[in-house]
Design a protein around this ligand. Sequence first.
Ligand code: XUL
Length: 537
Amino acid sequence: MDTLTHSCYLGFDFSTQQLKVVAIDEKLQVICQSSVQFDSDLPEFRTQGGVHIHEDGVTVTSPVLMWVKALDLILEKMNDELMSVGFDFSHIKAVSGSGQQHGSVYWKKGARHTLQHLDPASCLHILLQDRFAVQDSPVWMDSSTTDQCRSLESAVGGPQQLADITGSRAYERFTANQIAKIHQLYPDKYNETERISLVSSFAASLFLGDYGAIDYSDGSGMNLMNIFSKKWSESCLKATAPQLAEKLGDPMPSTAVLGPVSPYFIKRFGFPVDCKVVAFTGDNPGSLAGMHLQEGDIAVSLGTSDTVFLWVKEPRPTVEGHVFCNPVHCESYMGLICYKNGSLTREKIRNKCAGGSWEDFSSALRSSPRGNNGNIGFYFDAVEITPSAVGIHRFDQHDAKVASFTPEVEIRALVEGQFLAKRLHAQKLGYKIVSVTRVLATGGGSANKDILQVLSDVFNAPVYTIDVANSACLGSAYRAMHGLVAETGKSFAEVVSEAPRAQLAARPTTGAEKVYGPLLKRYADLEAKILMHTTQQ
Ligand code: XUL
């Protein structure tokens, strides 16, 4: 094998329940992968699903040392995995990674010095065991900071004003509100803190042997960074905690090379001296890279909850959804929208209207007209996130509220309604459908061709399916590769042009836009109505 094809790149994903790693070669082929499950591989930390849910039911944390120990473990495993395919750590040109978003790590004073002088004879979790001011890191599942959210919003003039600066209104899981809580409840721990990292930049720091910068994309999930100037917002910093800017360090582009891998990795594992650490980012931005989303694309993940990622050029932050800096293209943005009523609602309507059969559900979609003769439905069994509303609301072609639909109309109303909502809220965040737009569908629901045909018609764009089981991890490996050439102006799209392609699953039917353009307008008006009557059934 020649030296070029014998190089590889590592992508890590520090997610909620596990740490994963994937290695790719120069041709972007996955050569091997490994994972550590926190609950079962590290039972001494006694987590469930990788977290501790505290007695109050709203505080959710993970032990920071568990993440460190998981890295010790996965590197040992990966050594064997690489050997089994004829590689070893000396072939690695660059590493990057992603982490669950919003979670925070509090390094104790003196920890930087420790990171810079790690003894290669010992494990990371032993070397770093007393190096954190806060042992239990708050994670994205925490919802204990409502007071801090309201106070941050009022300090900057309200929720929309905060979204205008940081890309999102205040959310409990966002890092500013978690930091404010730590400062208020444990001022000593806050004062003992030398550096605050996100899960992503904490992981980068381990590889770097120094504090790794927070990247712009994951930094957008903090309610602290101005997503346009890409600097910490003075008013947000001030409203959160004292001396915060110095504890955060300056954010950096997501494509930046942070530096060479630390001597610890060279001596302990045999990484090459010129192996680079490319900025780590959040798992959702990592997935955008893993799916190689391009300008104008939208990714729709149809799972328990539905998630939408957007590539946006000119974002318009709102109080619904999030705008992050784009992880692979400095001048662009990414939108993220979460919908709570996803596959459980689709299954409920399938059970009620199609006798539990996806086949019958599909045939109802095939035999009903596009636009559903003007009938529109909203199906929010659980309180919806986007928009904030609840209940089942059905409207006929004259916008009159009706109590029920026939099974066939109900099935189409559900599917069209879910996709109209996605298009509506994506457009509200500044998303524009352009001639090259692709809709990338993932998740369990994307297996159904008839659902995908409705998706294609509603967006008037072709739908492609893509397997994203490892998207954040794979995206990190791609980003590691791109990071090495980003400075030369080479685009991420060029670097991943040889990566496995998404498969075309549906094309829009001729005339679809004539049906769904006007329907979208009506859907938006009706949605505004139900916001005011959220308890009606
Ligand atoms: C996004 C979010 C989660 C985490 C967990 O805002 O909170 O998706 O990133 O993986």
